[in-house]
Design a protein around this ligand. Sequence first.
Ligand SMILES: O=c1[nH]c(=O)c2nc[nH]c2[nH]1
Length: 459
Amino acid sequence: MALDKTIYIGAFVHCATLTELEICTGGSIGVGDDGKIAFVIKDRNSESLPAGWEAAREVKIKDHGFFFPGFIGIVSDTHIHAPQYPNAGVFGKSTLLDWLNTYTFPLESSFSDLANAGRIYKRVVSRTLSHGTTTACYYATVHVPATNLLADICKEKGQRAFVGRVCMDQMSPDYYRDESVDSAIEASRACIQHVKEIDPGNDIITSIITPRFALSCSTEAMKRLGDLHRETGVPCQTHISENPKEIELVREVFPECSSYADVYDKAGLLTPKMILAHAVHLSKDERALIKKRETKISHCPASNTALTSGAAKVRELMNDGITVGLGTDVSGGYTPSMLAEAREAIFTSRHRAMLDGDEAKLSTEEVLYLATRGGAKVVGLEERIGGFEVGKDWDAQMVSIVGVDSSLDLYQTVGPVEIFGGESWDDKVAKWLYTGDDRNTAAVWVKGRLVHKTSNFEG
Ligand SMILES: O=c1[nH]c(=O)c2nc[nH]c2[nH]1
């Protein structure tokens, strides 16, 4: 469907590098009818519009707001369990292995009911879009029809998504598991085929091979999934080194492997197109192997704290040259908001700094980078999304922030971000990060298509 050529006018902010934001307060970005950025004007006072754009539609930022790249889930969200959304905030005092058995497997098994799956998946996609998540890496369940439905819903609502059918053929409950290696592979192939049919060019939907984690997959299943990965080129995602008891069990179940990372490596799964979630307790040798294989990591700080899994050493991972993004890990993580996740990443890093020294601290700029450009690299789309450059897709959110006006009632302002007038632009971005929420996400676009808007959006 062709889109209107549109010029987005006003302040825009994106990550120039890991440590620097580029803030253009008087900019214009032209987006063509193909949803791609056609031009970027950083200062409207000194540059004029390219020819042919005089009659284009205009969308203007008001007050203290700005355009920001969509989150890659890494905001992009690089790790989210869509079927677990009804349990967001429900985890008690559990830790990973009892949490899976008490809360997670019973809920996921209910996705054999397609009507139930549709109700929940529609909500997850709408909710994550409302928080500015333009790309999400979803774990679905073992069920083929429900997984395919999630892909259909993402396509219909316009969210860029990686959709994975979960494989689990061992150490899983009788009521929720793959019956055999053959049936697991066949079901994975069926989901890959479905995505090929609904989006042959992976324009916005991509299938992703998803062994749940080493404990729930036999060596044979992981090897066959590794073969499927090589044969199809379809990316992969799984969990690694999240919880000490889990790691101990992996050692017992796979005595022939030298480490958790080695289990995946021996199966042919440790590749540049694999996303490993958590990576809390990796050894130096495992980090070196992951770096060598160019495998990516999704840092999930909210979940790691909620399930008391540990505080990942993100600075160490980044210093090693490993590509890191952010994941909400709903429902190990309590929030579908990447903005909240970015805050959690900052606070987890402050706790690390109290143990390891100040270098561990992550800055505002760094977590916003992880949530945008970092996430784009994790999902292999850094040429297409993550920042505002000519040729990239317009995956963006309009951040709406109004100044404090004493004539307005407390609840007539937009969300809890309070701008009193003395703030620099860096301060405004920091205030959004620390105090903002989805009320500040006035509109969201994926590949130029408006996929979410609130009453604060006029355009
Ligand atoms: O955070 C997590 N969520 C899950 O669903 C899961 N499964 C295995 N390991 C896991 N970790």
